[in-house]
Design a protein. Structure first.
Length: 183
């Protein structure tokens, strides 16, 4: 499933880039280093961590109001803030990666954009020795600082596939980061 969404995101990004190749305001590729605070939970088990995230994406304004973006991202590690394991293990995360699409609307002459995140993520739960996929959705706001730099903040929720003998982990993620557009 993750591969299908990743391929879909890549095709979506490439089709946007090709469709807007001759337009006056073409979209742009971007990189977004971000800091993420993540809570993972199952009944009786909890883990909170801080992680660096690197995002690569493509964004475009389809109309003066309609915003769209597609991106891939990775969290290469996490730093433990809190860990509450039970006798079966811990939900500590070692890495994650995924792909998302971000439809949204522009406020205030393209300086502020509100968007929703729809995507999939694959995460490795270290002490359980399991890698699980999950569906991710959330909301975010992007503020333009100038033509190349933006700041964005976001909340997203993820429900992971079942881990035998544990259940379906879920995650709440809060992030803030910079975006650099290659305009």
């Amino acid at each position: 499933m993750l591969r299908k969404l990743l391929y879909t995101a890549i095709i979506y990004v490439l089709s946007l880039a090709v469709a807007n190749a001759g337009s006056l305001c073409p979209g742009s590729f971007y990189v977004a280093p971000t800091i993420v605070y993540q809570t993972m939970s199952l009944p009786g088990i909890g883990y909170n961590g801080i992680a660096p995230r690197l995002t690569l994406g493509y964004e475009d304004m389809l109309t003066p109001v309609i915003y769209t973006a597609a991106e891939i991202f990775t969290n290469p590690t996490t730093i433990k803030v809190y860990n509450n394991p039970n006798n079966m293990g811990s939900l500590r995360v070692t890495y994650s990666y995924g792909a998302s699409i971000l439809p949204g609307i522009s406020f205030a002459d393209n300086v502020t954009v509100g968007y929703i995140r729809l995507g999939v993520i694959k995460t490795r739960f270290d002490n359980l020795g399991k890698i699980r996929s999950g569906f991710q959705y959330g909301v975010g706001v992007k503020w333009g600082l100038n033509d190349l730099w933006s700041v964005r903040g976001e909340y997203s929720y993820t429900k992971y596939n079942n881990i035998v003998n544990f259940g379906h982990p879920d995650s709440n993620t809060y992030s803030i980061g910079l975006m650099y557009s290659f305009a």
